[in-house]
Design a protein around this ligand. Structure first.
Ligand code: DLL
Length: 432
């Protein structure tokens, strides 16, 4: 089932033509009407006339999150306030937040992208979707909300928090699908366990739309087998609008609406484009945005463009699962490790539950990594020798797969902190 077959299944050459037309008029408009992009292009010595093909995107200067901060709150906007119908804001890790503005058309394209995505995973008018992403300045809640209404699903706008009440509503309203962060779903599953709720027996839940933070295939396997559902990856950033693109039923990469967003994958060091299949830093240009134009934004997420056709029939470009951000790579005693690799290794060990925390410290010149992992109730034991053996096994798996000598600490079920929004699993005390 397609939401917009004309676009989703368009011939690849036609899509490139369409992208070029949108790109050309976007660059013309920005050069004429947007002070920020005009100045950026001028100082880089590029003119709209230089944009002779889609590949000329690479001639344009990059844009960074810091640009949005420096132009707080709305100095990068292209339209007057009277055309803005919504704001969102992202708190970021330091300094001023970044503010997103949306015109009616911006909201329409965002909703269209989500309608395509939800349809591609089989969520439609028969479904009751519980939206447990945060509502408010965060884009997750309202984004999914309007996308789901568009496809005719019945929305239960629970937002995050009050987990027990959410679980009751899920049962009473026969909720069939949930949208939230993977860490919140795991928290729900934990609370459900304590309440004696078995998802297979006591709920109608079949699908979960999970994103807003990195998660791995082994986490997916764990969620699916423990809850008896199918879990799909959803991706987006507030600069792009919010959550937008998902995998389809094939779960073979995330389909990008090529008419809405143009993706480049670049070598993070040289800025040169990489071949399809090669992992690098994602750079995006939003082809339709009116209020807050986004051109060559260095998202910092690590992904690759995927080759070949998807059996679902969609011809839209696909990106591989986000494995982390170029700025969250940990360098531990000179070895590069992404938190997602640690998660992947941990989640394949059957005795480990779904919670872990990574802590980095520095003793003199040496980095130490300590990983706290929760053990599943059925494997947690008072017998010290069992626990010592398990700990040694986990440490040796981490060493084998990541070449990292980590100190592992076993925790009882429920001991580690839970997260309602995005999980924070890495504490880097080396800088403090
Ligand atoms: O997290 C938008 C969103 C809401 C996406 C709900 C999916 C679902 P921001 O708060 O701006 O926007 O954070 C964007 O989150 O650059 C990635 O690093 C990360 N991220 C989002 N989705 C995924 C995903 C929303 N599926 C940042 N896998 C992005 C890995 C993700 N990382």
């Amino acid at each position: 089932m397609y939401w917009n077959a004309n676009i989703e299944c368009m011939a690849v050459e036609d899509l490139r033509k369409l992208q070029y037309r949108s790109f050309k008029s976007l660059v013309n408009d920005l050069y004429s009407f947007n002070r920020f992009y005009h100045d950026k292009m001028k100082s880089a010595g590029v003119h709209p006339d230089d944009m002779q093909s889609l590949d000329d995107v690479g001639k344009l200067p990059f844009m960074y999150k810091e640009d949005l901060r420096e132009n707080y709150p709305t100095k990068m906007f292209s339209v007057p306030n009277k055309e803005i119908v919504r704001f969102h804001a992202s708190s970021g890790t330091s300094g001023k937040p970044t503010v997103m503005g949306y015109t009616q058309n911006d909201l329409a394209y965002w909703t269209e992208a989500l309608a395509r995505s939800l349809t591609s995973i089989g969520i439609g008018s028969e479904d009751i979707l519980q939206v447990s992403y945060g509502y408010g300045l965060f884009t997750g809640g309202l984004g999914l909300h309007y996308g789901a209404e568009k496809v005719g699903a019945s929305v239960v706008p629970t937002s995050t928090g009050s987990t027990e009440r959410q679980l009751e509503l899920m049962q009473d309203l026969d909720v069939t699908a949930i949208a939230c962060t993977p860490s919140y779903l795991m928290h729900m599953s934990h609370v459900a366990g304590k309440m004696g709720i078995d998802f297979r027996r006591d709920t109608c839940l079949k699908k979960a739309v999970l994103g807003a933070e990195p998660w791995t295939e082994s986490m997916r396997a764990k969620i699916e087998s423990s809850m008896g559902i199918r879990a799909y990856d959803i991706y987006g950033t507030s600069e792009q609008a919010g959550p937008m693109f998902t995998e389809c039923e094939e779960r073979n990469g995330i389909h990008i609406g090529g008419d809405i967003m143009y993706v480049e994958i670049l070598d993070p060091d040289t800025g040169e484009p990489l071949e399809n299949g090669e992992k690098g830093e994602m750079v995006v240009t939003m082809l339709k945005k009116e209020a807050l134009p986004i051109v060559r934004f260095r998202v910092k997420d690590i992904s690759s463009l995927m080759d070949g056709e998807c059996p679902c029939g969609r011809t839209s470009p696909r990106i591989s699962r986000i494995t982390g951000r170029s700025d969250d790579m940990l360098i531990i005693r000179g070895i590069n490790v992404f938190p997602s690799q640690i998660e992947y290794t941990l989640m394949r060990i059957p005795q480990i539950g779904d919670q872990y925390m990574i802590e980095l410290t520095r003793d003199g010149a040496l980095d130490d990594i300590r990983i706290q992992v929760e053990i599943k109730p059925e494997f947690f034991s008072d017998k010290v020798e069992d626990m010592v053996r398990l700990r040694a096994h986990i440490e040796s798996e981490l060493k084998k797969y990541l070449n990292v000598a980590a100190m592992v600490e076993l925790k009882a079920p429920g001991e580690l902190p839970r997260f309602e929004g995005k999980a924070k699993r890495v504490v880097d005390k080396r800088m403090i």
